[in-house]
Design a protein around this ligand. Structure first.
Ligand code: GCB
Length: 597
């Protein structure tokens, strides 16, 4: 599925704006709901999560379905075109009705989907209704439950006569934002059109060869491709759906020094332009090579999260975040814990930010959170996510395969790989293989590891890079940074024996901005700095250590709970992007650590 663009062959019309909105009490959509509403309705902005747009606790914590509706008319000029309705993402599950008729269903909250509009329908006024379901369970990604104890039932028995409010209990800490989070478009192409473009390349000496593979709806016309440099000059051309283009004296896409070529494809009346960078990625021994040089990741785990919009696309915020990363000397982030918007991925290509691209497989671990203190269960015998997990890996790679910024796929966060190691291998091996098969550029694949027992996690050892989330000095030995350093050192001595490249994809300490003390204690800004310094004392000595990504870039919203003070406060920046003391500490540190060894 190509990103919608506008040119002389294609149009893209935004359906963003203020839509009609209703939160439903019942868990099904009636025929009446899908026709133009006569009665009262609310208003809601698209794109944006609905939860924080109103002052309404019931809406914030809503469980189940909501409806969005708007009128749509299609310009007459498009009557001979193929017209497609496209959603950047709807969280988590969507059903789309066009004049009351179901035209699309989509499962999963973070990837695009689309539906063609029947040409018979074009010249009328239409009503578009979208139902959005925010329920998460043991078959969805991310994983959750309608029960505070997850699969175990209630952690503490309810007091007789007490009725809990019905709500989602996520098996993860970020707030379960829902709604139409990314742009909605009507776009057009000629009837016979370019469906997909796959790119890979080899680089030798100063030259590159770009191999392209074009998919078209039919095979009725010839396909012609041109390769343009950043100035728009044609440097190569070819005929045919598959082929190779020589790029003598190639200018590589480099971290923080992006260079984008454009592949212009002409097929019949259709034309598409795909911007792309040329760079190579390879894991060699304990090194992670970008363009043949050992790269060191400096950055963060992030969230798509902001005041009012929740997880709604905000291009201003994305631009600002990348500006802050550059201010700080960072070069990378992980799309924890789900695929980010296509707009952000395109921006990272443009800005030279390196991305670890993660599927929404978070909470695939039934042994943490509310389950603590109980007999361990074999997650993989209980969880019902495998088929959907395959689907999101396929769809993510399909969407992001041509992005130079993506240097590694993450097929999950903090799954339980230690308690039942063989079951974890049976679950993850096919997924690891699938990711490699699907990627035309065959990038490294990882699975982000959870702190706990280590030493017998064959599912992690199967991965190309060992990515660890570690909280020595916070969840483990919190307040005792000397012990934290010793424990971290002992664990790292183990990873040194595996011969794998290792990086931290999370480490951090909750820090309430403005809480200051000369002698640091947990939650103060000083402690966050001391925490990171203690970790770095150990990590800076490790030759196989290829990167540090702090948790988190910024404070973010979570479910309410006794260890979250209006959200997770592990940000180096506050939620409104003001630097904490640790942001300045990292700024000094990262500007002295080179991007390449
Ligand atoms: C983790 C999770 C992340 C949490 C973080 C924390 O390990 O991957 O989603 O937000 O810990 O702060 O507890």
């Amino acid at each position: 599925m190509l990103y919608p663009i506008m040119n002389h062959a294609r149009t893209a019309i935004s359906l963003d704006g203020v839509w009609r909105f209703r939160a439903l009490r019942q868990l099904e959509v009636t025929e009446q709901d899908t026709l133009r509403w006569n009665g009262s309705y609310d208003t809601m902005a698209v794109p944006g999560s609905y939860n924080d747009q109103k002052e309404d606790e019931a809406l914030r914590d809503h469980y189940g379905l909501v409806l969005y509706q708007r009128d749509v008319s299609i310009p007459k000029s498009l009557s001979r075109e193929r017209v497609v309705l496209r959603f950047g993402s709807v969280t988590h599950h969507a059903a789309v009705y066009w004049n009351g008729k179901l035209i699309a269903r989509h499962r999963g909250g973070f990837l695009p989907f689309e539906a063609e509009i029947d040409p018979q329908d074009m010249e009328k006024n239409h009503v578009l209704t979208v139902s959005v379901d925010n329920r998460i369970d043991l078959s969805t990604l991310p994983v959750g439950s309608d029960n505070p104890g997850g699969i175990f039932g209630s952690a503490l028995p309810d007091i007789p006569g007490v009725q809990r409010k019905k709500q989602n209990y996520p098996n993860f800490d970020f707030f379960n934002y829902a709604g139409i989070a990314r742009p909605v478009l009507l776009y057009s192409t000629p009837k016979d059109y370019i469906q997909d473009i796959r790119l890979r390349y080899t680089v030798e000496g100063g030259d590159a060869v770009v191999q392209y593979d074009i998919e078209t709806s039919e095979e009725s016309s010839a396909c012609r491709v041109e390769l343009l440099d950043e100035g728009g000059n044609r440097i190569a051309e070819a005929e045919g759906r598959q082929g190779a283009l020589n790029v003598p004296g190639v200018r590589l896409w480099q971290p923080l020094d992006a260079y984008l070529y454009t592949l212009r494809v002409q097929y019949g009346d259709d034309e598409y332009e795909e911007p792309f960078g040329i760079r190579t990625v390879e894991v060699k021994g304990t090194q992670f090579l970008i363009n043949g040089r050992p790269f060191y990741f400096k950055g963060y785990g992030k969230h798509e999260d902001s005041e009012f919009r929740g997880r709604g696309l905000d291009n201003v915020l994305n631009i600002k975040d990348i500006a802050l990363m550059k201010w700080q000397g960072a070069n990378s982030f992980r799309t924890s814990h789900y695929p980010y918007s296509e707009e952000m991925m395109r921006l990272c290509d443009r800005e030279g930010i390196v991305v670890i691209d993660e599927v929404p497989a978070v909470g695939v671990n039934l042994n943490f959170g509310s389950a603590q203190g109980r007999e361990p269960v074999d997650t993989f015998a209980r969880i019902q996510t495998h088929e959907h997990h395959r689907e999101v890996i396929r769809d993510l790679i399909q969407r992001d395969k041509n992005h130079a910024c993506v240097v590694m796929w993450s097929i999950g966060n903090e799954s339980d790989t230690a308690t039942f190691p063989e079951s974890a291998v049976s679950y993850y091996k096919p997924l690891y293989e699938l990711a490699h098969e699907q990627d035309p550029q065959n990038r490294p694949v990882t699975l982000v590891g959870l702190q706990g027992r280590y030493g017998n996690e064959p599912a992690l050892l199967m991965m190309d890079v060992i990515c660890l989330n570690r909280y020595y000095g916070w969840y483990v030995y919190g307040g005792d940074l000397d012990a934290a350093k010793q424990a971290l050192k002992v664990e790292m001595d183990y990873w040194a024996t595996t011969g794998k490249p290792v990086m931290f994809t999370e480490y951090g300490a909750d820090t309430v901005a403005g809480l200051r003390l000369a002698t640091s204690v947990m939650f103060t800004e000083e402690y966050q700095v001391d925490y990171y310094k203690a970790n770095h004392e150990v990590l800076d000595e490790l030759p196989f250590f290829i990167g540090e990504q702090a948790w988190n870039f910024a404070d973010f919203a979570t479910s309410q709970g006794i260890n979250r003070v209006e959200g997770n406060k592990k940000g180096l920046f506050t939620r409104d992007r003001r630097p904490k003391l640790a942001a300045h500490y990292f700024r000094q540190r990262w500007h002295t650590i080179p991007d390449f060894e």
